[in-house]
Design a protein around this ligand. Structure first.
Ligand SMILES: Cc1ncc(C[n+]2csc(CCOP(=O)(O)OP(=O)(O)O)c2C)c(N)n1
Ligand SMILES: [Mg+2]
Length: 327
């Protein structure tokens, strides 16, 4: 759908979502460096337009299947910042009651399937969610987010093929950020575009500027509608860049500071902000107010998480084994 058909509320909501993801992650990084968050983290800074644009095209009961880098997907799909932060801080009020941590966050009430950290592992599962939706005729769509690295996993090929032959309502969203950990795209692929692989499975492949939230939304909207109407899957490749390191303590020796600076110029949030102002859709003050409200939401989430207790030792086995009578 052209961006002119999005109303002001939807356009500002996109801005808010991107700012929420960015500031949430910046604060999480600070908390991590202060030792207030255990385990490890993969931040999404720089890729906010992908999660935001795609999730804006989804209904609450559509499914998102995420990766080791899931915070942005979860927030864009509508997960509570409180439950997310409490999970990162390993508190009993976390979305997985502290059993998941950063890489397994989820909330089925908003269609956020607990994230899967095995690279490419979410792809066949997305096909499974699509198959369930098709058999139940409930009109739901499953979206699988994944990185460039996942597109060279065997499970990726199997999942795309299954979705194609059974015309499943799935949208495959590649976030090609040019690196799989420290491996550059050019060392792992002999092709320029991952979207070109769609032809091998008989589905449409789309290439999108992943730092342009409106372009991502337009491509996602078309693919979601196609899936919902029984037209089968689509592969969307979003060209983007993570402005942060791969995970904690990444010295980023595999790429240059000049390359990072060039991508910094294409910051998706600054870009959307400038577009909103140029179009006269809102004032800078309104955007600053949105950012201010987001700060409060994040501070509230931090206070909530810190006031929450750690899980009781007795809760260790709860939700781990299936309870109830044997079938
Ligand atoms: C099957 C598997 N192999 C290796 C890893 C370790 N690992 C975690 S993230 C990652 C890089 C993934 O790169 P990409 O798919 O491009 O996603 P990005 O990190 O760029 O978002 C690797 C190799 C893993 N989690 N799963
Ligand atoms: Mg990558």
């Amino acid at each position: 759908m052209p961006e002119s058909q999005l109303d002001t509320t939807a356009l500002l909501r996109m801005y808010r979502t991107m700012v929420l993801i960015r500031r949430f992650e910046e604060r999480v990084n600070e908390l991590y460096m202060q030792g207030r968050i255990p385990s490890t983290l993969h931040l999404y800074i720089g890729q906010e337009a992908v999660a935001t644009g795609v999730c804006a095209a989804l209904n609450q009961d559509d499914y998102v299947l995420s990766t080791h880098r899931p915070h942005g997907h979860a927030l864009a799909k509508g997960m509570s910042p409180r439950a997310l932060l409490a999970e990162l801080m390993a508190r009993s009020t976390g979305c997985c009651r502290a059993k998941g941590g950063s890489m397994h966050i989820g909330d089925m009430r908003v269609g956020m399937v607990p994230a899967i950290a095995i690279v490419g592992g979410n792809i066949p599962i997305a096909a499974g969610f699509g198959l369930a939706a098709k058999m139940q005729k409930n009109g739901r769509v499953a979206v699988a987010f994944f990185g460039d690295g996942a597109a060279n996993e065997g499970a990726w090929h199997e999942g795309l093929n299954l979705a194609a032959i059974w015309a499943l309502p799935v949208v495959f969203v590649c976030e090609n950020n040019l690196y799989a950990a420290s491996t550059p795209f050019s060392l792992a692929f002999k092709i320029e575009h991952i979207a070109d692989r769609a032809a091998a499975y008989g589905m449409p492949g789309r290439i999108v500027d992943g730092n342009d939230v409106l372009a991502v939304y337009a491509a996602a909207r078309e693919a979601v509608e196609r899936a919902r109407q029984g037209g089968g899957p689509t592969l969307i490749e979003c060209k983007t860049y993570r402005l942060c390191g791969h995970s904690r303590s990444d010295p980023r020796t595999y790429r240059s500071r000049a390359e990072e600076a060039a991508w910094q110029q294409r910051d998706p949030i600054v870009r959307h902000r400038n577009w909103l102002l140029e179009q006269g859709i809102c004032s800078g003050r309104e955007l600053d107010e949105i950012a201010g409200e987001v700060e409060q939401v994040i501070e509230d989430a931090i206070a909530f998480a810190e006031a929450s207790p750690e899980p009781e030792p007795a809760a260790l086995y709860a939700d781990v084994f299936k309870e109830g009578p044997e079938p």
